[in-house]
Each structure stands twice: as structure tokens, then as C-alpha cells.
Ligand binder design. Sequence first.
Ligand SMILES: [Zn+2]
Length: 295
Amino acid sequence: MSNDIHDEIWLGTLLEGQARWVVAKTTDLVEEARSRHQTSPVATAALGRLMTASLLLASSLKGNESITIRLLGNGPLGGVVAVGNAQGEVRGYVHEPFTDLPLNENGKLDVAQAVGQGEFAVSKSLENGENFTSMVPLISGEIAEDLAHYLLNSEQIPSATLLGVLVERDYQVMGAGGMLIQLLPGASEECIEKIEEQINKLPEGISKIASESRSMEEMVQTLLGGLSYQVLEKRPAGFQCSCSKERVGATLISLGREGFKEILQDKQAELVCHFCNEHYQFDEKELMELYEQAK
Ligand SMILES: [Zn+2]
């Protein structure tokens, strides 16, 4: 049975401020992504892990800043995209949501195979409108390792990462979550050893811990209990897309009158938002109004 605690992101420090940590429970938002995109189990796992990763990274942003992570792999998923912001809102999609693969040799969903080889690209959109993108090669395709590799190589932050999605036989998401621990300057060897020890002795994967914890306190306690930690902030998290009929209409306007002609001939149009799979219908009158605004 899944628990009824809401998705949340908790942040804090541990071992007298030698490291910062972020724990996210993302079960509901990954389930919403699954039901919107009708993803197969392996696609749900990849998308859910990436959406969770984007929330972990976005936890250090402010205001309306956001993080976009793209998995540009050559596997059957054909690419995965997730966008998370500082408010705990996240959206995402998989290019080939129906991808089906046999389980890997450990009996787990074969996310690495589904993602394939390629690049892990992270774009930050800052409050002043600036955008920064950096890319590192995918080293595993399981996403948690790729996130840690990105943080070390691109941002020079030694980090420990956990990401997991537990999919039931009926394809529903029973548990999902992630944890990020980042060493702060001056962290001691002993601190690093203690963090490694704590992660190694976790009884099970983070998705199972997310599904079995009866509260966020319990989830954080299970994950960090062996380390003296402080909770500094709690935030809600949820699936939230930024699309609207107006925005979709604006993309039609941007096609220009030339590009519009074909659409007008059909007298109606349906546009689908990649990120949330929402369908927007435009009738002839609405299309004519947009056409008038196009150049
Ligand atoms: Zn949308």
C-alpha cells in the first residue's frame, strides 16, 4: 500500500555544517507524469528519476529560476527531458514513452539500456533571463551516477546521490524519491567516510523507503539517521506545467502567416504540449484571430 503523505522536498545540513543535503519524496508527481504520458515501466523509471534529479538541483535556486536536464542518449527512449524550479514544480517527458525492455541481470528495470550512451545536459535559467548549459558524457545511464558525475566535473562539487522509482505490476508508481548530499568546503575525511557508511548501510533502495515511510520525518530519518543532521527548510513539490491555450496560440502566431496557411485549410487544429500531454483545440474562428496577429 502506498502512503498518503504528500510530495515534499526537505533541505538541511549535516555533521556540523560540513555538508548540505536535500531529500525529495516524489511519488505523486511521478505517478502524475506516468498517467499523463502513459509511460511504460522503464520509461516511468527514467522520467521519474530525471524529474526528481531536476528538483534536487533546483533546490538551490531562487525565485523563478529553473533547471532543465536533458538525457541525450542513443537508447530506445530517444531522450528524456525534465524541468524543475525553486518552487518545487516539475514537468517532463520521454520521446518514446512506450519503450519496453527486459529486466536487467539484477531483475530491475533496465534504465541504463533504455537511456543508452550520450550526453547529460544541464541548463540553468536564471532570474535575469540568462541561460547556462553544460554537458558531460553519460557514464552509466542510471541517472543518479550521472548526476553525481555532472556535479563533480561541471560544478566541482563532490556529491552523493540516490534516485529511485518503484513501479507496481499494474504500472502505477508506488514510491519515488531522491537524495543529494553535497560536501561543503572544508569537509573532513571523517565526514566523507561517515556519509559513505550511512549510504552503504541503507536497508533498501530510496524508492522502497519512499513507499514505506509513514511521514517525511521518517523518510529523512531512515536516510540520514546515522548522521547528525538539521532540517532547515521544507517545501511542497508537484507536477506543474507552464503551458496554457494562450501560450500554445503564441507558438502558432510565431509560425508566421506563411506557416499558418496549411493549418487554416483544415479549419481546426489540435496542439499537444510535450511536457504534460495536454491537448488544446482551436476552431476556425480562433485560428483566424491568431492568423490576424501573425506577421
Ligand atoms: Zn503542458
